[in-house]
Design a binder for this molecule. Structure first.
Ligand code: SF4
Length: 355
Protein backbone atom coordinates (compact mmCIF):
# COMPACT_ATOMS: atom_id res chain seq x y z
CA UNK A 1 0.00 0.00 0.00
CA UNK A 2 1.23 3.47 -0.83
CA UNK A 3 1.40 5.93 2.03
CA UNK A 4 -0.54 9.20 1.81
CA UNK A 5 2.70 11.15 1.35
CA UNK A 6 3.65 8.92 -1.63
CA UNK A 7 0.22 9.33 -3.19
CA UNK A 8 0.59 13.10 -2.97
CA UNK A 9 4.05 12.99 -4.56
CA UNK A 10 2.75 10.76 -7.32
CA UNK A 11 -0.14 13.12 -8.07
CA UNK A 12 2.19 16.11 -8.04
CA UNK A 13 4.55 14.37 -10.48
CA UNK A 14 1.66 13.57 -12.83
CA UNK A 15 0.19 17.04 -12.66
CA UNK A 16 3.47 18.94 -12.98
CA UNK A 17 4.64 16.83 -15.87
CA UNK A 18 1.41 17.19 -17.84
CA UNK A 19 1.22 20.94 -17.27
CA UNK A 20 4.86 21.39 -18.23
CA UNK A 21 4.39 19.29 -21.37
CA UNK A 22 1.31 21.24 -22.46
CA UNK A 23 3.33 24.46 -22.36
CA UNK A 24 6.74 23.27 -23.54
CA UNK A 25 6.31 20.43 -26.00
CA UNK A 26 8.17 20.72 -29.26
CA UNK A 27 6.18 21.05 -32.44
CA UNK A 28 7.07 17.71 -34.10
CA UNK A 29 5.28 16.33 -37.16
CA UNK A 30 4.24 13.05 -35.47
CA UNK A 31 2.67 15.04 -32.62
CA UNK A 32 0.03 16.35 -35.02
CA UNK A 33 -1.58 12.92 -35.31
CA UNK A 34 -2.95 10.03 -33.28
CA UNK A 35 -2.77 7.68 -36.27
CA UNK A 36 -1.23 4.44 -34.97
CA UNK A 37 0.63 3.84 -38.24
CA UNK A 38 2.30 7.26 -38.21
CA UNK A 39 3.23 6.94 -34.54
CA UNK A 40 4.68 3.53 -35.38
CA UNK A 41 6.82 4.94 -38.22
CA UNK A 42 8.07 7.79 -36.03
CA UNK A 43 8.94 5.51 -33.12
CA UNK A 44 10.91 3.14 -35.36
CA UNK A 45 12.80 6.02 -36.97
CA UNK A 46 13.54 7.59 -33.57
CA UNK A 47 15.28 4.46 -32.32
CA UNK A 48 19.02 5.23 -32.35
CA UNK A 49 18.47 8.43 -34.34
CA UNK A 50 18.25 12.09 -33.33
CA UNK A 51 14.93 13.94 -33.57
CA UNK A 52 16.40 16.62 -35.87
CA UNK A 53 17.51 13.98 -38.35
CA UNK A 54 14.25 12.05 -38.20
CA UNK A 55 11.94 15.00 -39.03
CA UNK A 56 12.95 15.21 -42.69
CA UNK A 57 12.97 11.42 -43.18
CA UNK A 58 9.59 11.07 -41.47
CA UNK A 59 7.96 13.74 -43.65
CA UNK A 60 9.32 12.24 -46.87
CA UNK A 61 8.36 8.72 -45.81
CA UNK A 62 4.80 9.67 -44.83
CA UNK A 63 4.36 11.68 -48.05
CA UNK A 64 5.22 8.61 -50.08
CA UNK A 65 3.63 5.98 -47.78
CA UNK A 66 0.75 7.82 -46.05
CA UNK A 67 -0.98 4.64 -44.82
CA UNK A 68 -0.18 1.00 -44.13
CA UNK A 69 -1.62 0.15 -47.55
CA UNK A 70 0.93 2.16 -49.57
CA UNK A 71 3.80 0.78 -47.51
CA UNK A 72 2.60 -2.82 -47.71
CA UNK A 73 2.15 -2.58 -51.48
CA UNK A 74 5.52 -0.95 -52.21
CA UNK A 75 8.69 -2.77 -53.26
CA UNK A 76 11.20 -3.39 -50.46
CA UNK A 77 13.89 -1.64 -52.53
CA UNK A 78 11.90 1.56 -52.62
CA UNK A 79 11.25 1.44 -48.86
CA UNK A 80 14.98 1.01 -48.24
CA UNK A 81 15.71 3.89 -50.57
CA UNK A 82 13.50 6.16 -48.44
CA UNK A 83 15.44 4.92 -45.38
CA UNK A 84 18.84 5.43 -46.92
CA UNK A 85 21.11 7.40 -44.56
CA UNK A 86 19.12 6.60 -41.40
CA UNK A 87 21.11 3.39 -40.82
CA UNK A 88 20.05 0.26 -38.93
CA UNK A 89 18.25 -0.99 -42.00
CA UNK A 90 16.70 -3.98 -40.23
CA UNK A 91 14.31 -1.38 -38.79
CA UNK A 92 13.05 -0.53 -42.29
CA UNK A 93 12.83 -4.17 -43.36
CA UNK A 94 10.84 -5.06 -40.23
CA UNK A 95 8.58 -2.04 -40.61
CA UNK A 96 7.88 -3.15 -44.17
CA UNK A 97 7.20 -6.76 -43.10
CA UNK A 98 5.02 -5.46 -40.28
CA UNK A 99 3.02 -3.27 -42.69
CA UNK A 100 2.40 -6.28 -44.93
CA UNK A 101 1.15 -8.25 -41.93
CA UNK A 102 -1.12 -5.41 -40.73
CA UNK A 103 -2.49 -4.98 -44.25
CA UNK A 104 -3.16 -8.67 -44.84
CA UNK A 105 -4.32 -9.65 -41.34
CA UNK A 106 -5.95 -6.52 -39.96
CA UNK A 107 -7.08 -4.66 -43.10
CA UNK A 108 -4.47 -1.93 -42.61
CA UNK A 109 -5.50 -0.97 -39.05
CA UNK A 110 -2.78 -1.36 -36.46
CA UNK A 111 -4.21 -3.46 -33.58
CA UNK A 112 -4.97 -1.61 -30.34
CA UNK A 113 -4.11 -4.45 -27.98
CA UNK A 114 -0.82 -5.76 -26.61
CA UNK A 115 -1.47 -9.39 -27.53
CA UNK A 116 -1.66 -8.69 -31.27
CA UNK A 117 0.61 -5.68 -31.60
CA UNK A 118 3.64 -7.35 -30.03
CA UNK A 119 3.53 -10.09 -32.70
CA UNK A 120 4.15 -7.57 -35.48
CA UNK A 121 7.75 -7.66 -36.79
CA UNK A 122 9.96 -4.96 -35.30
CA UNK A 123 7.53 -4.01 -32.52
CA UNK A 124 9.18 -4.77 -29.18
CA UNK A 125 7.86 -3.93 -25.70
CA UNK A 126 8.96 -0.28 -25.92
CA UNK A 127 7.41 0.42 -29.33
CA UNK A 128 4.23 -1.48 -28.40
CA UNK A 129 3.89 0.63 -25.24
CA UNK A 130 4.59 3.84 -27.16
CA UNK A 131 1.98 3.11 -29.86
CA UNK A 132 -0.70 1.85 -27.45
CA UNK A 133 -0.29 4.79 -25.11
CA UNK A 134 0.36 7.64 -27.58
CA UNK A 135 -2.02 6.62 -30.37
CA UNK A 136 -4.70 4.74 -28.42
CA UNK A 137 -4.37 6.41 -24.99
CA UNK A 138 -4.08 3.02 -23.27
CA UNK A 139 -2.18 2.76 -19.97
CA UNK A 140 0.92 0.89 -21.18
CA UNK A 141 4.41 2.05 -20.21
CA UNK A 142 6.92 2.93 -22.96
CA UNK A 143 10.29 2.65 -21.29
CA UNK A 144 13.39 3.53 -23.28
CA UNK A 145 16.78 4.88 -22.15
CA UNK A 146 15.31 8.34 -21.51
CA UNK A 147 12.54 7.06 -19.28
CA UNK A 148 14.91 4.69 -17.42
CA UNK A 149 17.09 7.68 -16.63
CA UNK A 150 14.23 9.97 -15.58
CA UNK A 151 12.59 7.38 -13.34
CA UNK A 152 15.90 6.27 -11.81
CA UNK A 153 16.40 9.87 -10.76
CA UNK A 154 12.88 10.76 -9.66
CA UNK A 155 12.56 7.66 -7.51
CA UNK A 156 16.27 7.35 -6.62
CA UNK A 157 16.60 3.85 -8.11
CA UNK A 158 20.18 2.65 -7.72
CA UNK A 159 19.86 -0.67 -9.53
CA UNK A 160 21.73 -1.27 -12.82
CA UNK A 161 19.42 -0.28 -15.70
CA UNK A 162 21.35 -2.65 -18.00
CA UNK A 163 19.71 -5.50 -16.06
CA UNK A 164 16.34 -6.78 -17.34
CA UNK A 165 15.04 -7.01 -13.75
CA UNK A 166 15.59 -3.26 -13.26
CA UNK A 167 13.89 -2.48 -16.56
CA UNK A 168 10.87 -4.57 -15.51
CA UNK A 169 10.76 -2.82 -12.14
CA UNK A 170 10.81 0.62 -13.79
CA UNK A 171 8.18 -0.47 -16.34
CA UNK A 172 5.89 -1.43 -13.43
CA UNK A 173 6.58 1.89 -11.73
CA UNK A 174 5.84 3.92 -14.89
CA UNK A 175 2.59 1.97 -15.35
CA UNK A 176 1.64 2.81 -11.77
CA UNK A 177 2.27 6.51 -12.47
CA UNK A 178 0.19 6.81 -15.67
CA UNK A 179 -2.75 9.07 -14.76
CA UNK A 180 -6.12 7.65 -15.69
CA UNK A 181 -7.22 8.91 -19.12
CA UNK A 182 -3.90 10.65 -19.87
CA UNK A 183 -1.63 7.84 -21.03
CA UNK A 184 -0.85 9.57 -24.32
CA UNK A 185 0.29 12.87 -22.82
CA UNK A 186 2.07 11.19 -19.92
CA UNK A 187 4.19 8.98 -22.20
CA UNK A 188 5.11 11.90 -24.40
CA UNK A 189 5.81 14.20 -21.46
CA UNK A 190 8.26 11.71 -19.94
CA UNK A 191 10.06 11.35 -23.27
CA UNK A 192 10.17 15.12 -23.66
CA UNK A 193 11.48 15.68 -20.15
CA UNK A 194 14.25 13.15 -20.80
CA UNK A 195 15.15 14.82 -24.08
CA UNK A 196 15.03 18.48 -22.98
CA UNK A 197 15.52 18.75 -19.21
CA UNK A 198 16.59 15.53 -17.52
CA UNK A 199 19.49 14.99 -19.91
CA UNK A 200 22.22 12.39 -19.34
CA UNK A 201 24.84 15.03 -18.47
CA UNK A 202 24.10 18.23 -16.52
CA UNK A 203 20.31 17.83 -16.09
CA UNK A 204 18.55 21.19 -15.87
CA UNK A 205 17.07 20.62 -12.40
CA UNK A 206 16.51 24.32 -11.72
CA UNK A 207 13.92 24.55 -14.47
CA UNK A 208 12.55 21.02 -14.06
CA UNK A 209 8.83 20.66 -13.26
CA UNK A 210 9.75 17.82 -10.88
CA UNK A 211 12.34 19.82 -8.94
CA UNK A 212 10.50 19.44 -5.64
CA UNK A 213 9.50 15.78 -6.09
CA UNK A 214 12.74 14.35 -7.48
CA UNK A 215 14.48 12.15 -4.90
CA UNK A 216 17.88 12.18 -6.62
CA UNK A 217 17.86 15.99 -6.87
CA UNK A 218 17.00 16.29 -3.18
CA UNK A 219 20.04 14.20 -2.32
CA UNK A 220 22.22 15.94 -4.92
CA UNK A 221 23.01 12.65 -6.67
CA UNK A 222 21.18 13.26 -9.96
CA UNK A 223 24.40 13.14 -12.00
CA UNK A 224 25.29 9.75 -10.47
CA UNK A 225 22.08 8.16 -11.73
CA UNK A 226 21.15 6.05 -13.54
CA UNK A 227 23.57 3.26 -12.72
CA UNK A 228 24.51 1.47 -15.91
CA UNK A 229 27.16 -1.21 -16.38
CA UNK A 230 29.61 -0.46 -19.17
CA UNK A 231 28.92 -1.40 -22.76
CA UNK A 232 31.34 -3.70 -24.56
CA UNK A 233 33.56 -1.70 -26.96
CA UNK A 234 32.81 -2.33 -30.67
CA UNK A 235 35.04 -5.08 -32.06
CA UNK A 236 37.79 -3.66 -34.33
CA UNK A 237 37.95 -5.56 -37.62
CA UNK A 238 40.26 -5.40 -40.62
CA UNK A 239 38.05 -5.56 -43.72
CA UNK A 240 39.12 -5.87 -47.34
CA UNK A 241 36.81 -4.63 -50.10
CA UNK A 242 37.03 -5.12 -53.87
CA UNK A 243 35.48 -2.48 -56.06
CA UNK A 244 35.11 -4.23 -59.40
CA UNK A 245 35.09 -1.94 -62.44
CA UNK A 246 34.67 -2.56 -66.13
CA UNK A 247 34.17 0.11 -68.82
CA UNK A 248 33.20 2.85 -66.36
CA UNK A 249 30.64 0.67 -64.61
CA UNK A 250 30.95 -0.64 -61.06
CA UNK A 251 29.70 -4.02 -59.88
CA UNK A 252 27.08 -3.61 -57.15
CA UNK A 253 26.01 -6.68 -55.21
CA UNK A 254 22.79 -7.08 -53.29
CA UNK A 255 23.36 -8.22 -49.72
CA UNK A 256 21.51 -11.16 -48.22
CA UNK A 257 18.35 -9.84 -46.61
CA UNK A 258 19.14 -10.84 -43.03
CA UNK A 259 22.65 -9.43 -42.58
CA UNK A 260 23.84 -6.17 -41.08
CA UNK A 261 22.98 -4.24 -44.24
CA UNK A 262 20.65 -6.88 -45.65
CA UNK A 263 18.57 -6.02 -48.69
CA UNK A 264 20.80 -3.04 -49.49
CA UNK A 265 23.36 -2.83 -52.30
CA UNK A 266 27.10 -2.80 -51.76
CA UNK A 267 30.50 -4.23 -52.57
CA UNK A 268 32.34 -7.48 -52.18
CA UNK A 269 34.15 -7.54 -48.85
CA UNK A 270 35.70 -9.95 -46.41
CA UNK A 271 37.35 -9.86 -43.03
CA UNK A 272 41.10 -10.20 -43.35
CA UNK A 273 44.36 -9.77 -41.52
CA UNK A 274 46.40 -6.53 -41.77
CA UNK A 275 49.43 -8.27 -43.29
CA UNK A 276 47.46 -10.52 -45.65
CA UNK A 277 45.39 -8.31 -47.96
CA UNK A 278 46.79 -10.12 -51.02
CA UNK A 279 45.49 -13.49 -49.82
CA UNK A 280 42.11 -12.08 -48.84
CA UNK A 281 41.78 -10.37 -52.23
CA UNK A 282 42.74 -13.58 -54.04
CA UNK A 283 40.07 -15.56 -52.17
CA UNK A 284 37.42 -13.04 -53.16
CA UNK A 285 38.53 -12.73 -56.77
CA UNK A 286 38.68 -16.53 -57.16
CA UNK A 287 35.03 -16.63 -56.07
CA UNK A 288 34.09 -13.85 -58.46
CA UNK A 289 34.32 -15.85 -61.71
CA UNK A 290 35.13 -12.75 -63.77
CA UNK A 291 38.77 -12.32 -64.80
CA UNK A 292 40.48 -9.27 -63.28
CA UNK A 293 43.49 -7.76 -65.04
CA UNK A 294 44.64 -5.04 -62.69
CA UNK A 295 44.36 -4.34 -58.93
CA UNK A 296 45.21 -1.07 -57.26
CA UNK A 297 44.73 0.20 -53.71
CA UNK A 298 42.01 2.88 -53.48
CA UNK A 299 42.52 3.88 -49.88
CA UNK A 300 41.18 3.16 -46.43
CA UNK A 301 37.97 4.20 -44.72
CA UNK A 302 36.66 3.58 -41.23
CA UNK A 303 33.07 2.84 -40.29
CA UNK A 304 31.74 2.20 -36.79
CA UNK A 305 28.59 0.16 -36.28
CA UNK A 306 27.14 -0.43 -32.80
CA UNK A 307 29.10 -3.63 -32.23
CA UNK A 308 31.78 -3.45 -34.89
CA UNK A 309 34.46 -1.01 -35.92
CA UNK A 310 35.59 -1.63 -39.51
CA UNK A 311 38.97 -0.56 -40.88
CA UNK A 312 38.13 -0.89 -44.55
CA UNK A 313 40.96 -1.39 -47.03
CA UNK A 314 39.67 -0.68 -50.51
CA UNK A 315 41.01 -2.07 -53.78
CA UNK A 316 39.97 -1.12 -57.29
CA UNK A 317 39.91 -4.25 -59.46
CA UNK A 318 39.64 -3.76 -63.24
CA UNK A 319 37.63 -6.63 -64.73
CA UNK A 320 38.02 -7.79 -68.33
CA UNK A 321 34.29 -7.63 -69.02
CA UNK A 322 30.95 -7.08 -67.26
CA UNK A 323 30.29 -10.70 -66.40
CA UNK A 324 27.69 -12.38 -64.23
CA UNK A 325 28.15 -13.67 -60.70
CA UNK A 326 26.11 -16.13 -58.63
CA UNK A 327 24.37 -13.45 -56.59
CA UNK A 328 21.95 -10.64 -57.43
CA UNK A 329 24.06 -7.85 -58.94
CA UNK A 330 24.10 -4.88 -61.33
CA UNK A 331 26.77 -3.00 -63.27
CA UNK A 332 26.16 0.64 -62.37
CA UNK A 333 27.47 3.91 -63.83
CA UNK A 334 28.38 7.04 -61.88
CA UNK A 335 24.98 8.73 -62.30
CA UNK A 336 22.86 5.59 -61.84
CA UNK A 337 23.80 5.07 -58.20
CA UNK A 338 20.87 7.30 -57.16
CA UNK A 339 18.53 4.39 -57.92
CA UNK A 340 20.10 1.99 -55.44
CA UNK A 341 19.71 1.96 -51.65
CA UNK A 342 23.29 2.16 -50.43
CA UNK A 343 23.96 2.10 -46.66
CA UNK A 344 26.37 4.72 -45.27
CA UNK A 345 29.18 2.22 -44.95
CA UNK A 346 29.08 1.60 -48.73
CA UNK A 347 28.46 5.24 -49.59
CA UNK A 348 31.86 5.90 -48.05
CA UNK A 349 33.40 3.40 -50.46
CA UNK A 350 31.50 4.82 -53.43
CA UNK A 351 32.82 8.29 -52.63
CA UNK A 352 36.40 6.99 -52.83
CA UNK A 353 36.03 5.86 -56.44
CA UNK A 354 38.02 7.96 -58.90
CA UNK A 355 36.15 8.10 -62.21
S1 SF4 B 1 15.01 17.41 -10.89
FE1 SF4 B 1 16.79 17.09 -12.14
S2 SF4 B 1 17.30 14.95 -11.94
FE2 SF4 B 1 15.23 15.22 -11.19
S3 SF4 B 1 13.92 14.77 -12.91
FE3 SF4 B 1 14.27 16.95 -12.93
S4 SF4 B 1 16.06 17.28 -14.22
FE4 SF4 B 1 15.96 15.13 -13.70
Amino acid sequence: MMEEKDVNIKQKIQQNLLEWFAKNKRDLPWRKTKDGYKIWVSEIMLQQTRVDTVIEYYNRFIDRFPTVKELAQAEEQEVLKYWQGLGYYSRARNLYKGAKMVWEKYGGILPDNMEQIKKIPGIGPYTAGAILSIAYNLPYPAVDGNVLRVFSRILDIKEDIAQPGTVRYIQDKVKEYIPSGYASEFTESLMELGALICTPISPLCLVCPLYHQCAARQKGIQEKLPIKSKKVKPKRMHMVFCVIRSEEKILLIKNASNGLVGGMWGFMGKEGHPSQDDQTLKLMLDDLNIPVQHVQKLGTVRHIFTHMDWDMHLYMCEALYQGHIGQEHEWVGKEEIENYPLPKVYQKIWEKIEW
